[in-house]
Design a protein around this ligand. Structure first.
Ligand code: BES
Ligand code: MN
Ligand code: ZN
Length: 500
């Protein structure tokens, strides 16, 4: 989709559809702005008998000879006081779907009155673009029936009226970058596991690096052996598809002294559970066990497009967890990159094993912050459901930043405890650590406690367990069924806040 800004008048700008936001006042549509466009009488007539209340996400398409576009789409915003960033995204998402169903290729968006929103034009444009792009993110690329229909709507134009187009343009560019990162993450999550093996993940990371001007290094099995990465190698050894460790680097053009931030994402391209095999029902969803990898790659795209003043490293340990004669068994003891030994009590607790080596690798560069994202535990889904990710960590500022970023992107996080008692539960009998402890009790928390063993004492580190929100077969206003891309926007926004 193409986004532009124009100062032409709504009445005589050529298009297929004019989107006109309508707010509620005392539960009734506030028709004043529409009356300015159409006159008092016809603005009333337009709504007569429609039942349109202007509540958020409500839509009313009306044919109109008064505007060159021929159609006006009244889009309910709800009461101005209740409008937040996510309202804008959702409304834009509904509008985009409606425009698509009307086959409207060119869409105009009338800016709401400057006084009616508690945020500026740039923010409005950013969220609108994000919402529309995200709502129409394509799925079904592998269906054989490939009718080549062009993306509809194709061209969007914000009508700036008398306001500054520069702010809208800046917002548009940001929105496009954030949406692109989210869509990349969704595409990766939705890929079937036979289309996205660890090797495929590495080639997609290389492609991303090439397109966005990053450097990309991929470690294969011999290199990982040299670094004693027993976690990644152990998880990968039961599969025909060998594991990889991917490291992307984005360097700020502005300054070598920019903060060093490292993002680590769990990239299990399929999690069968291994020898501790999962039950059959729903196992297909474990193609999405690389949602953390997708999130950090999406975030890298956003950071690069926005040219943020940061030195960013993105690390993806990636493996396929399969049962096999060569697979790791319960009771096997493996040695991780930092020398710590781990008894694998349950081969289905594999995410923490590959992340452990990746965190050791991340530490080498001595970053100012490390954030990992992972579809790590079913326990986190039980605790928080699918609208929140679990957030644990060692640094108050980083936690605060992620909570702020979560509120703004609506990729929400909930802070959970990281405590010594849980670390003790992960102490091993035959080894330093074991990869399970405490049975079902506090599963998300003990997993985080395990990871903390591979992070330096004075590293500001946060762990985001995205097992719940990463994948859903229920579509929403801004997301078709499947991968949500959760984490890409959250992490990029967190980076943006940390370096601002
Ligand atoms: N990939 C799963 C966690 C998961 C569950 C992600 C549901 C998305 C939806 C992870 O590897 C796993 O299997 N964790 C186990 C850990 C347990 C064996 C300690 C779990 O949560 O049951
Ligand atoms: Mn597992
Ligand atoms: Zn897993």
């Amino acid at each position: 989709m193409r986004w532009t800004v124009s100062s032409t008048a709504a009445i005589d700008t050529a298009a297929d559809l004019l989107v006109f936001p309508v707010f509620q006042k005392n539960d009734e549509p506030d028709l004043k702005p529409l009356a300015v466009l159409l006159g008092k009488k016809s603005s009333k007539q337009t709504l007569a008998g429609s039942g349109f209340t202007a509540k958020a996400e409500a839509l009313l398409p009306v044919p109109s000879a008064d505007v060159k576009a021929g159609w006006i789409l009244l889009s309910g915003m709800g009461a101005a006081d209740d409008v937040d960033l996510e309202t804008i995204r959702k409304v834009a998402g509904r509008v985009a779907a409606q425009a698509k169903s009307m086959k409207a290729a060119r869409v105009l968006v009338q800016l709401p009155d400057a006084k009616s929103l508690p945020f500026d034009d740039k923010t409005f444009a950013r969220c609108w673009v994000e919402g529309a792009e995200m709502a129409l993110s394509p799925i079904g690329a592998l269906k054989s029936d490939k009718k080549k229909t062009p993306t509809t709507p194709r061209e969007w134009k914000f009508l700036a009226g008398g306001r500054k187009p520069a702010a809208l343009r800046a917002g548009t560019a940001e929105g496009e970058a954030f949406a692109a990162g989210c869509l990349l993450a969704r595409d990766l999550v939705n890929l079937p596991p036979n289309y996205l093996t660890p090797i495929d993940m590495a080639s997609r990371a290389r492609k991303l690096a090439k397109a966005e001007g990053l450097t990309c290094k991929v470690l294969g099995v011999p290199e990982m052996k040299k670094l004693n990465m027993g976690g990644i190698l152990g998880v990968g050894q039961g599969s025909m598809n060998p594991p990889r460790l991917i490291a992307l680097d984005y360097k700020s053009a502005k300054s070598a002294k920019a903060p060093k931030i490292t993002l680590v994402g769990k990239g299990v391209t399929f999690d069968s559970g291994g020898i501790s095999l999962k039950p059959g029902a729903g196992m297909d969803e474990m193609k999405a066990d690389m949602g953390g990898a997708a999130a950090v790659l999406g975030a890298a795209l956003i950071v690069a497009r926005l040219k943020l003043p940061v030195n960013l490293q993105v690390i993806v340990p990636t493996a396929e967890n399969m049962p096999d004669g060569a697979a790791v068994k319960p009771a096997d003891v493996i040695t991780m990159a930092n020398g710590k030994t781990v008894e694998v009590l349950n081969t289905d607790a594999e995410g923490r094993l590959i992340l452990a080596d990746a965190l050791c690798y991340a530490e080498k560069r001595d970053p100012d912050y490390i954030i990992d994202a992972a579809t790590l535990t079913g326990a986190c889904v039980v605790a928080l459901g699918s609208h929140f990710a679990g957030l644990m960590g060692t640094d108050g500022e980083l936690i605060k930043t992620l909570r702020q970023a979560g509120g703004e992107t609506f990729e929400r996080v909930w802070h959970l405890p990281l405590i010594e008692e849980h670390k003790k539960m992960m102490a091993g009998t035959w080894s330093d650590l074991q990869n399970m402890g405490g049975g079902r009790e506090g599963g998300a928390l003990t997993a985080a406690a395990f990871l903390s063993e591979f992070v330096g004492d004075d590293t500001a580190w946060a762990h985001v367990d995205i097992a719940g929100p990463s994948y859903s077969m229920k579509p929403s206003a801004t997301c078709p069924k499947g991968g949500s891309g959760f984490g890409a926007r959250l992490l990029a926004r967190a980076v943006q806040i940390l370096v601002s």
